[in-house]
Design a protein around this ligand. Structure first.
Ligand code: FES
Length: 278
């Protein structure tokens, strides 16, 4: 969750009217968590360096211009932070609205329904409707058969048709890996998978290509699929994904498990953990 705390001089600040003392170098997001204040987030996770890309975790800091990301902002002595002002709520809702406007609205039939951070965070920021029509709804068959960018992304979920295949922006679903699927239509480009591949696994198999609507996760292989890339199928990217973009094939086939049990193998001294899902 944000910048990891490191041992340093104690710093006292105020967040939403509550005083908290944390070590120097702690992020505002982590300091908030110390107080039990959950700041909405999408690109931050507990086991990776803060990245500051999703902008959902913005806060107001008295005496400071703008609305900085709490995950990448270190605390300072005497800092006064507001995580729930009306201005901040409005910004977060607007950011989430943009994410959802470029995302398939198939939650009820999505295999990640009930286990999706995007879904959770949309609820947390109070998003109830999206003013911007998605590319899917903007699809105009009279437009020379050319799909808007949003259409191309959304169509990855339900398979290609003739128009998709002729569209350079269309990215088909990648089923090449035996253990997981990659559905670019559900990607919010938070880069958690890319960072997990680098920081957790040290493999550097994934990267982000393109900009804006064109940006996407790429396995970087010549034929651009996971199986022929440098991916070692460790699953770190799947664990890190906040949506159903990267998903275990067993989950996609059987749905989200109702419960899971983590056991530690006692065979040797390494202490490998296994998760059994039921
Ligand atoms: Fe801070 Fe994404 S969680 S910018």
């Amino acid at each position: 969750m944000g910048t990891p705390a490191r041992v340093g001089a104690p710093v006292t600040l105020t967040i939403d009217g509550f005083s908290v003392t944390v070590p120097e170098g702690t992020s505002v997001m982590r300091a908030s968590a110390e107080l039990g204040i959950d700041v909405p987030k999408l690109c931050a996770s507990d086991n990776m360096e803060a990245f500051g890309s999703c902008r959902l975790c913005v806060v107001e800091i008295e005496g400071r211009r703008g609305t900085p990301a709490s995950c990448t902002t270190p605390v300072t002595e005497g800092m006064v932070v507001h995580t729930q002002s009306s201005k901040i709520r409005k910004i977060r809702k607007g950011v989430m609205e943009l994410y959802i406007s470029d995302h398939p609205l198939d939650c009820l039939t999505c295999s990640a329904n009930g286990d999706c951070e995007l879904q959770d965070q949309a609820g947390a920021v109070g998003l109830r409707e999206v003013r911007y029509t998605s590319g899917e709804n903007h699809y105009d068959p009279a437009n020379n058969g050319t799909l808007a960018q949003g259409d191309a992304r959304a169509r990855g979920t339900r398979g290609a048709d003739a128009a998709d295949l002729g569209n350079p922006l269309f990215i088909p679903k990648d089923n090449s890996n035996p253990y997981f699927t990659y559905d670019p239509s559900k990607c919010i480009v938070c880069s958690r998978c890319v960072r997990a591949c680098e920081e957790v696994q040290g493999t550097f198999a994934l990267t982000i290509e393109g900009r804006g609507f064109d940006s996407r996760v790429s396995a970087g292989a010549a034929d651009d699929n996971f199986l022929t890339s440098d991916c070692v199928s460790c699953g770190a990217c799947v664990q890190a994904c906040p949506t159903a973009t990267l998903q275990e094939k067993s989950v996609a086939a059987m749905g989200t498990p109702e419960r899971s049990v983590i056991t530690t193998c006692a065979y040797c001294g390494v202490g490998c953990s296994f998760k059994a899902e039921m």
